[in-house]
Design a protein around this ligand. Structure first.
Ligand code: TYD
Length: 214
């Protein structure tokens, strides 16, 4: 595949959406065709799954939850992400399989290795060229979410111990695959973070076969 696949990961409130926007504009200014997308969601079917996993009332069995995220992923990668990468485009994606390992694994009921295998099966083995981990301690993240004054979805409403485990799980994933991950301190201002991200993306872009307008 000739495109470039970049994912953003991190806890709720770490600022992924802002960074995805800033990265998308910069890539577009470099002449790239950018597909910005997210999981869960990103396709019509994915948005229906998103409604179930994030907003349905009551308990969802942990394995069912893991399978719902995997179902969303399978459809999304097959119908949207892979075709874009095959066209030589750059995909900037909010959350991917590392979120499944960190969140579904952090519930402690499911085995992280099994979750990863399930995700890789769903995505036919596709791994990102780069994963940007926006790392923020859970108190700062919670303060940002509270400041945003929106209704919490099922996962945001989890207790702070859960979010601490999620953060630790993300950091452990990054330690295991240092070549794929860029860990950035998300407590700093958005422009400083974006500059650090661009510094890592620029050489990847130069070495890639992405199609560029100029
Ligand atoms: P996100 O889209 O980042 O939330 P928002 O739009 O509200 O900022 O993510 C939604 C939630 O889904 C988030 O709490 C993490 C969770 N999630 C999982 O638990 N497993 C997964 O595989 C994915 C992709 C997300």
């Amino acid at each position: 595949m000739t495109g470039l696949f970049i994912t953003l990961e991190g806890g709720d409130g770490a600022g992924k959406t802002t960074q995805a926007e800033l990265l998308e504009s910069w890539l577009a200014a470099q002449g790239c065709t950018v597909v910005r997308t997210r999981e869960p969601g990103g396709t019509d079917i994915g948005n229906e799954v998103r409604e179930i996993v994030l907003h349905s009332r009551g308990h969802i069995a942990p394995r069912a939850e893991a399978l719902l995220y995997a179902a969303d992923r399978a459809h999304h990668i097959s119908t949207k992400v892979r075709p874009a990468l095959e066209r030589g485009e750059v995909v900037v994606q909010d959350r991917y399989l590392d979120s499944s390992v960190a969140y579904q694994g952090a519930g402690r009921v499911l085995d992280a290795g099994e979750i990863r295998e399930l995700s890789l099966w769903a995505a036919e083995g596709l791994l990102p060229d780069l994963t940007i981990l926006l790392d923020l301690d859970e108190d700062a993240a919670r303060a940002r979410l509270d400041g945003a004054n929106k209704r919490f979805d099922r996962l945001e409403a989890e207790k702070s111990d859960f979010h601490r485990r999620v953060r630790e799980a993300f950091l452990a994933l990054a330690r295991n695959e240092p070549d794929r991950f860029l860990v950035v301190d998300a407590a700093r201002d958005a422009e400083t973070i974006a500059a650090e991200v661009r510094e890592r993306v620029a050489p990847l872009l130069a070495a890639s076969d992405t199609t560029r307008a100029r």
